[in-house]
Design a protein around this ligand. Structure first.
Ligand SMILES: Nc1nc2c(c(=O)[nH]1)N[C@H]1C(S)=C(S)[C@@H](COP(=O)(O)OP(=O)(O)OC[C@H]3O[C@@H](n4cnc5c(=O)[nH]c(N)nc54)[C@H](O)[C@@H]3O)O[C@H]1N2
Ligand SMILES: Nc1nc2c(c(=O)[nH]1)N[C@H]1C(S)=C(S)[C@@H](COP(=O)(O)OP(=O)(O)OC[C@H]3O[C@@H](n4cnc5c(=O)[nH]c(N)nc54)[C@H](O)[C@@H]3O)O[C@H]1N2
Ligand code: SF4
Ligand SMILES: [Mo]
Length: 768
């Protein structure tokens, strides 16, 4: 296969992502320097508060913000009015950063475990003691077992520098894991191989604001809240765009749809293939675009010819007339049609890449590539080069393991995204292909995030040493031997944020207030650990030094940028004129048939493969986002907790009636492997299929150190013990688990109201 080509793309993407997450300082000295003039602390109209521009990190969308500070206290966060994407707006979470900063449960000092692992007993130690102990253990494990015995899981802006420590220790086991293997991996790979770039990275390059019709498969925009993305969606609707939503649940977006298809979960690829066949056989596709810009059309036509609307209607449990009306509606808007590429795509394991490939194929058949309303191209922002932060330095002698977890992975497309999460956890448990004995964690709540949590906890128990850099002690932090208190995003520099979407801009995350307690910035932490481990390369005195270098690329300094209100906009180049479209694929065209997949004996054109239906007496568990929370990280936040303190289990009203369950009644769930959930209240609603239940992710914290969040609601992840890895990159499925309701300690048999056709096997429960 053409691995080199793939590598080239991925590196570009990785660089783009790294650029957007470069880290920051946090020392008080830096802040004094800032006060002395590098930061814009201007008096403002609002009751004498001073204002500092910065960037939100209550989620990864990173909206430009302003922090208003009075008497040294942050009193309000607003959007930066100069921002072309959010203006003065922030979402509920962005607004509530104030309460993250002042959360009494924040980790205040370096802490060392004194009780048994996971027991939650801690002693305060000094920074020197904490860093010495971490360095000692890293060194010891490396000497005893080799560099690959060190592993690192991370997510988010704070992790960049600590990851470089692990890279420089010589391990291959670091992975920005939720972002790929638990989130966007399958969608990213599908678009990379089909159109030559990732349409869903840190940003989404789909132009909903200018679409005449939109298709959302899953993608529950409105509950999935990224301010500018929601605004683009609403702008599209306000401009008259028609909307088709495919979702087993009446989502917020479905409430705005012209056509809502309440599909049987796990059958979306069947619908997509029948639609592709319909579009081709009814000549609804853009012939000129296909002739000029696509490869593999004949193979595609042949492959999909067997997928009829009648067949899909049965598989998907939909009405043919609705399916036809939906695809006709989309085709009519061509090429200004937005087939949403999706984001969270680790749904069923096997077909996840193919499902997103089918969205990219439909996009191309409608000629919706590089045109308003379709998918568009990022406009690269020329940031300066930073030499002062260590990439893998020359001094690290490569020690190749006999069998490499990364390079010899069973998943041919994984290695460009890091080492597969599931492989690292298996290796910790089994010691094979080599032992992994030490784990560093930064910005990821591994237990809530990676299924199966029981396996994850088993792995955590086996390790010699665990440390984490955190701001709040969630259920993963309490398993650590040492916890390091990170500065929260409002207390630190984090580098330059360049937005390369329809309205490109450059802004900087900078501290709005001094770090509280003994919190330190991620760069300070990494630099001081590097010193102890003799890792060269952390040569910048502080974060401003590399921020200045990055800003040079766009002709600014921190001072001049701050004079401009902390943000400058740049010209965009998102669309391509006819004849000027050249994609970054080998042929320069859209791959309707993906050779790289074929070379690895994977389907070059998506095929429908059934995911097992619920066993008799059970229902499928699906999940999504709470609009006012971000995963588990915001659950302890006072304002957000007051808005939505716990999740609810969406249960179909007919099913509830048959079971005699009342709205708001508290129940427990039991999954196919006998694992039981926290108690959770039921939302009785016609807005979900009878063969499915739903709850928002992130609730049900098991950490007693989160006083507000602890035990509130149920965690979807704790019901996930049956996961299917996708064969392309090893991403972990999460919608392949089944539950039944336990009431008064007894299981209730979930009624079977949706006939399952013979083509879909039922999951069989292994008897104990
Ligand atoms: N408020 C808030 N917003 C967020 C986040 C957050 O934590 N909080 N996280 C952000 C991140 S990182 C991500 S990845 C995104 C995730 O958000 P999305 O990318 O939108 O996630 P999806 O899984 O596509 O969408 C969830 C929807 O899929 C439906 N669904 C479940 N199973 C199926 C199925 O088999 N077929 C179909 N067609 N639909 C199904 C569910 O009912 C639900 O409405 O959200 C982002 N936005
Ligand atoms: N069951 C289930 N699993 C899922 C999902 C799901 O819907 N259901 N969604 C998947 C998706 S799409 C994603 S993107 C991932 C998200 O997975 P994660 O990124 O692990 O999400 P969180 O649960 O919010 O955990 C983030 C952790 O980072 C910490 N943190 C926050 N800010 C900072 C900081 O500034 N510095 C440091 N050092 N730490 C910080 C928080 O306290 C928290 O412990 O989860 C994936 N896993
Ligand atoms: S979408 Fe909300 S939480 Fe996310 S960065 Fe923007 S304001 Fe912050
Ligand atoms: Mo995600």
């Amino acid at each position: 296969m053409n691995r080199r080509h793939f590598l080239k793309m991925s590196t570009a993407t990785a660089v783009a992502m790294a650029a957007s997450t470069a880290g920051l300082p946090g020392g008080k000295g830096l802040f004094r320097a800032a006060r002395a003039g590098t930061l814009p602390i201007a008096p403002s109209g609002s009751m004498g508060a001073s204002e500092t521009t910065s960037v939100c990190e209550m989620c990864f969308w990173r909206c430009p913000i302003i922090g208003k500070v009075r008497d040294g206290k942050l009193i309000k966060i607003e959007g930066n009015s100069k921002s072309p994407v959010n203006g003065r707006r922030v979402c509920a979470r962005g607004n509530s950063g104030v309460q993250l900063l002042y959360d009494p449960d924040r980790i205040k000092y370096p802490m060392k475990r004194v009780g048994a692992r996971g027991e939650g007993k801690w002693a305060r130690i000094t920074w020197d003691e904490a860093l010495d102990e971490i360095a000692h253990n890293m060194d010891k494990v490396k000497k005893e077992y080799g560099p690959h015995a060190l592993a690192f899981f991370d997510h988010g802006a704070s992790a960049e520098h600590l990851r470089k420590i692990f890279i420089n220790m010589g391990t291959e086991n670091y992975t920005s894991e939720p972002a790929f293997f638990q989130c966007v991996g399958p969608a990213a790979l599908a678009y990379l191989e089909t159109v030559g770039y990732i349409t869903t990275g840190t940003r989404q390059y789909n132009d909903m604001a200018h679409a005449k019709a939109m298709l959302l498969v899953g993608s529950h925009i409105g509950e999935n809240v990224h301010v500018s993305h929601v605004r683009e969606f609403i702008a599209g609707l306000q401009n008259g765009a028609r909307l088709v939503v495919v979702d087993p649940r009446f989502s917020t977006a479905a409430g705005k749809a012209d056509i809502h298809l309440a599909i049987r979960p796990g059958t979306d690829t069947a619908l997509m293939l029948a639609w592709i066949n319909y579009v081709i056989s009814n000549n609804l596709y853009d012939k000129k675009f296909v002739a000029n810009h696509c490869e593999g059309f004949d193979a595609l036509r042949k492959e999909v010819s067997g997928y009829s609307m009648e067949w899909a209607a049965k598989i998907c449990d939909l009405r043919i007339e609705d399916m036809k009306a939906a695809i006709e509606l989309l085709a009519k808007a061509s090429p200004q049609v937005n087939i949403h590429p999706g984001r969270h795509s680790t749904w069923y394991g096997k077909g996840d890449v193919g499902r997103h490939q089918s969205y990219a194929i439909l996009t191309a058949l409608f000629g919706a590539v590089g045109v308003p309303g379709g998918i568009y191209f990022p406009s690269p922002v020329p940031l300066g080069h930073v030499e002062c932060v260590a990439e893998k330095s020359e001094h690290v002698a490569p020690i190749e393991p006999e069998i490499s977890l990364k390079e010899d992975s069973a998943y041919p497309f994984s290695s460009n995204f890091g080492t597969v999460t599931a492989d690292i956890i298996k290796a910790i448990i089994t010691g094979k292909p080599y032992p992994i004995r030490l784990l560093g964690i930064n910005g990821v709540n591994v237990i809530q995030t990676i299924p199966d949590p029981y396996e994850t906890m088993k792995a955590l128990k086996k390790l010699d040493f665990i440390f984490c850099e955190e701001i709040m002690a969630g259920e993963t932090a309490i398993w650590s031997d040492i916890i390091l208190p990170d500065a929260v995003y409002l207390e630190r520099y984090d580098g330059v944020y360049a937005y390369d979407g329809l309205t490109p801009y450059v802004t900087v995350r900078q501290p709005v207030v001094d770090p509280l307690f003994e919190a330190r910035s991620p760069y300070w932490i990494a630099k001081n650990l590097a010193k102890r481990l003799d890792i060269p390369g952390f040569t910048c005195p502080n974060e401003q030094a590399f921020i200045e270098k990055e800003l040079e690329g766009v002709g600014y300094s921190l001072k001049t940028l701050n004079k401009e209100g902390g943000l400058i906009t740049l010209p965009a180049n998102p669309y391509r004129k006819p004849g000027e479209l050249k994609l970054d694929t080998e042929s320069g065209k859209v791959n309707l048939w993906v050779e790289a997949f074929d070379d690895e004996d994977l389907d070059p054109i998506p095929k429908y493969e059934a995911t097992p239906a619920p066993p008799k007496g059970y229902t499928r568990l699906i999940y999504g986002r709470s609009p006012v929370h971000t995963f588990s990280r915001t659950m302890n936040n006072l304002w957000l907790h007051n808005e939505i303190p716990e999740n609810k289990l969406w249960l179909n009203d007919k099913v509830a009636k048959m079971l005699g369950i009342r709205d708001n009644e508290e129940v427990v769930l039991e999954n196919q492997d006998g694992k039981r959930s926290n108690p959770v209240k039921v939302l009785v609603t016609p807005g979900i299929r009878p063969d499915t239940v739903y709850m928002a992710h992130g609730f049900g914290s098991k950490s007693p150190l989160l006083s507000r969040a602890h035990g509130k609601g149920a965690a979807d992840g704790f019901m996930m013990t049956k996961n299917v890895e996708d064969p392309f990159m090893g991403a972990t499925s999460k919608r392949t688990n089944f539950v039944r309701i336990i009431r008064g300690g007894k299981p209730l048999a979930m009624p079977d109201l949706c006939p399952v056709p013979d083509e879909i096997p039922r999951y069989t429960i292994k008897s104990a």
